[in-house]
Each structure stands twice: as structure tokens, then as C-alpha cells.
Design a protein around this ligand. Structure first.
Ligand SMILES: C[S@@+](CC[C@H](N)C(=O)[O-])C[C@H]1O[C@@H](n2cnc3c(N)ncnc32)[C@H](O)[C@@H]1O
Length: 326
């Protein structure tokens, strides 16, 4: 699929009343389950299945790379970038891929400690597989040694190019003063408890040449209802929805709110586009039964996953670097 090609999802059967009731039940059950079991590994496939995990990480990484290249064609990609990933999930395969692609460092921040010292072996195996994917012969051995060294330092709590910070209330202020220049995220922005605060705090951890590339899932998350009623989470008024919220449940932050917040935080060259959308006729039949706060913009309502790109300095250019330098 090309970057900005759009997948139109097949419209499910419209059953507004039934799905409204079923959704409330699911919200309540999820809130109870979360209170009992805490946050669980969110991916369909766990790190125990190494190749599947790497396949997933590789798909996320390849998507970032193509969105970024499309957004900033002459920027040199990941080369020498100080990468910050928001919400990496249960392994740092994406981080190892960034380092293999030339990033100077990779730092992940997460509200849940999904990466633990027990995942050391997984990361060593991922490093070996990634090295053989990226290089051959002598270069492969060098890359493998570099990645393994990064993994060892991470799990020994030593300074190295691969870093992980568990921030339970997702307060980024301990990282203030860092100079990240590429902020990446996949299926995590929609979980931020305070998206405005996080976007505000990002300003104090990035350099003036920073870029942002984030893929965001705006669809209902819980299995079954996700497919039969993709807009289910937008049916409920805030007092009810917020009553069942927990760290990790979708925040219902909308595309225009991302744009407005990024703009007010001095990001420029904002670009937003959908990857997966709902059929407009289907959206028109669901919209009247949604919470009034989410009605009114049929096009954006149909966006189920979006890509958000932004630049700190406005250096995004269609010109080659030599031309734009003059
Ligand atoms: C659906 S997972 C996505 C993980 C990974 N990026 C991927 O694509 O599979 C959501 C990620 O967001 C993190 N997360 C959940 N709730 C959060 C919150 N309230 N604040 C910050 N991160 C959160 C999770 O711990 C997890 O890393």
C-alpha cells in the first residue's frame, strides 16, 4: 500500500440501539478487568513468538520510514536522529530497527512497564535477527555487536543508545532538556490520559529541528465491538465514558484537536491523513446516535486510523538540501 492510499472498511450492519447497550456493558467489563488484572500486553502476538514480534515491529518501522520519507524527502531518514518513541509496547524491536537504520539513539517512554529485565533474551535475539536483515558478512557482525552492546547496556541500566523510561503517570518532565529530534509513535497517542499535557511537555524534550510521525488508531479498541460498531466509543457522553476510563483506554481525542494542540505548541507544516476509513453512507447512518460532541464532521468521523506528521522548524522542503541551503 502506498503511503497515502486509503483502505475503505466494509460497512457493518447498523444496529444503533443494540450496540449502544452492548458498548456500555463492554466499557464496564473492561474497567473491572483493568482494575483486577492491570494493563496487559496489547499486541495480538507476544514477544514469546520472536519472528512474529519482529514481523510486527518491522511493519511499524517500515510504515514510519515511508511516512517520514514522504513528509521529509531530503532529510536523511533516521540517520543520526535522536529518536523518542511514545508507547512502544512489549518490546523494543522498533528501537533496534531505528539504531540499525543509523539513528544515534533511541529512547522509549511508556506509562506501563511492559519491557522488563526478563525481556533481555528477547532483545538479544531480536538484535541478531535484525542485524542479519540489515547487513551481510563483516558489516552484519559489526551491526550485531553494536546492537547487542546496546541491549546489554539497557538491561544493565548503563548509559547506551537504547533507552527505556517507565513513567507511570506519563509526566515527561524528568526528560526535560533532552534534544530528541524525531518523535515516533504507533497506536499509542490514542491511549494518552492527558494528550494536551503530553504534547505540551514534548516541547521541552525536543530540539528545534524535531519532526513528529505518529500513527493513531481512532477506532473502538475492544475486540468484537470494534468490528461490528467501529464508532462505538463515540456514542457516550463524557460523564459516562470517563466514569469507566483507566490508563490505556482510548482518550477519544479527535484529529482537529491534535492539529489545534500541535499548532498552539508551535509545531508547523502539519500534515494529517487517514489510512483506513469507514464508508461515508455508513457514517451518516451512525452519526445521529453519537454523543453530540462528536457529531458534525462526517469526513473526520470516518477516519479510523490516521497519520500525523509535524515539524518544529518548518524545514520540510521539496527542495534538495543544497538548493534549500542557499
Ligand atoms: C496498543 S499499545 C501499542 C504498542 C506499540 N506501539 C504497537 O504498535 O504495538 C499502546 C501503548 O501505549 C501505552 N499506553 C497505554 N496507556 C498509556 C497512557 N495512559 N499513557 C502513555 N502510554 C500509554 C501502552 O503501554 C503501550 O505501550
Amino acid at each position: 500500500m502506498l503511503n497515502q492510499e486509503i483502505e475503505v472498511l466494509p460497512p457493518p450492519h447498523v444496529r444503533n440501539r443494540f450496540h449502544h447497550g452492548a458498548g456500555v456493558l463492554i466499557l464496564a467489563l473492561n474497567a473491572i478487568r483493568h482494575r483486577i488484572r492491570g494493563y496487559r500486553t496489547p499486541r495480538p502476538r507476544g514477544t514469546s513468538r520472536l519472528k512474529a514480534a519482529l514481523g510486527y515491529d518491522r511493519a511499524v518501522f517500515d510504515n514510519w520510514q515511508s511516512h517520514y520519507l514522504d513528509y521529509f524527502p531530503h532529510g536523511g531518514g533516521f540517520e543520526n536522529r535522536q529518536v523518542l518513541e511514545i508507547g512502544p509496547g512489549p518490546d523494543l524491536g522498533t528501537g533496534l530497527l531505528c539504531l540499525a537504520a543509523g539513528a544515534a539513539s533511541y529512547t522509549a517512554v511508556d506509562a506501563h512497564r511492559l519491557v522488563t529485565p526478563r525481556t533481555g533474551g528477547v532483545h538479544a535475539d531480536l538484535a541478531t535477527l535484525i542485524a542479519s536483515d540489515f547487513a551481510h558478512g563483516h558489516e552484519r557482525l559489526e551491526l550485531q555487536a553494536r546492537l547487542l552492546h546496546a541491549v546489554e547496556a539497557l538491561h544493565a541500566d548503563q548509559e547506551g543508545p537504547l533507552r527505556y523510561h517507565h513513567l507511570p503517570d506519563f509526566d515527561l518532565s524528568p526528560l526535560a532538556g533532552q534534544d530528541f529530534d524525531l518523535v515516533l509513535s504507533h497506536s499509542a497517542f490514542e491511549h494518552l490520559t492527558h494528550p494536551r499535557r503530553t504534547l505540551h511537555q514534548l516541547s521541552s524534550v525536543i530540539s528545534e529541528r524535531a519532526h513528529l510521525v505518529a500513527e493513531i488508531d481512532l477506532q473502538t479498541h475492544t475486540r468484537w465491538i470494534r468490528d461490528v460498531d467501529p464508532l462505538n466509543i463515540y456514542r457516550y457522553r463524557s460523564p459516562l465514558y470517563d466514569g469507566f476510563r483507566f490508563s490505556g483506554s482510548p482518550n477519544r481525542f479527535r484529529p482537529d484537536e491534535y492539529l489545534e494542540t500541535l499548532e498552539s505548541e508551535n509545531w508547523v507544516d502539519l500534515r494529517i491523513y487517514p489510512q483506513r476509513v469507514l464508508d461515508p453512507e455508513y457514517v451518516a447512518r451512525i452519526e445521529p446516535s453519537l454523543d453530540p460532541a462528536f457529531r458534525g464532521d462526517l469526513e473526520h468521523l470516518g477516519w479510523m486510523t490516521i497519520v500525523l506528521c509535524a515539524s518544529r522548524k518548518g524545514e520540510r522542503s521539496w527542495k534538495k538540501p543544497e538548493e534549500s541551503a542557499s
